[in-house]
Design a protein around this ligand. Sequence first.
Ligand code: PTJ
Length: 266
Amino acid sequence: MSDAELSELPESHPRYLSLRTRHRIEEGVEKGITSKQGLIAEGRGEAFDYLLGERTLPTADAAARAAAAHLLLARHPVVSVNGNVAALVPEDVVELAAVVDADVEVNLFNRTDERIRAIADHLREHGAEAVKGLSGDARIPGLDHKRAVVDADGIGDADVVLVPLEDGDRAEALAGVGKTEIVVDLNPLSRSARAATVPIVDNIVRALPNVTAHARELAGASREELQAIVDAFDAEGARHEAETAIRGGALDTGAESDPRTNGERQ
Ligand code: PTJ
């Protein structure tokens, strides 16, 4: 879809949000930010989101709140950015990092210096000041060379890492070195979602602004209050509710109907 075609599409179109999201990924590939595999990942994500009813489940909202509490409690939080995240939600990454005082690090599955630079520039165009990822002077143990590369003073030093749309191996490896891992993944059965301390089973375009909104609301909370939110979060329950919603069909879960489509799937 071209820019002109998208601009002609009325916002009332039932697939408007989905088409706009796809367009961002297409643009990301054209700019050298998103990998071709990112197109496939987006397609998988869309299928899960469709079955979820393209809405944030109550447990995904609870996960976003727990994620915000973790990030606020962290000694050194880092938001990891790959080619899909950079294309879809660059403004939201910058805003969340500012609200929770996190570093932003470009960390790629298909790592090339050229893509890292393109993504860092793209994030700066959207307001990021410092972007990590270019030094690549540390390794996550247990992974092959390129996928293991991180910055020593970024993800290497972090205690809490938000890794949206991560591949399973790396999510497990990061969890394996004792980092608290917050994953955003529409597939509740993925190894990433299962490895995460906090799996947010939601579309990144809804999840990131939601974590930021919770973080703003919790900014004045005491450490005890934040810890209570962290402790109360049930990761297994959240994954289970998402899986039930996907397998059962969103309209059978008691979730509210989609105001854009009157509850009908398009
Ligand atoms: O930019 P790179 O090189 O780091 O590569 C990024 C991708 C995403 C291509 C790479 O990490 C990859 O191959 O990931 P996977 O193994 O395809 O996993 C991506 C997961 O993200 C899948 O479980 C999708 O369902 C999910 N997903 C896709 N789009 C979204 C999503 N989850 C949340 N929001 C989305 N918009």
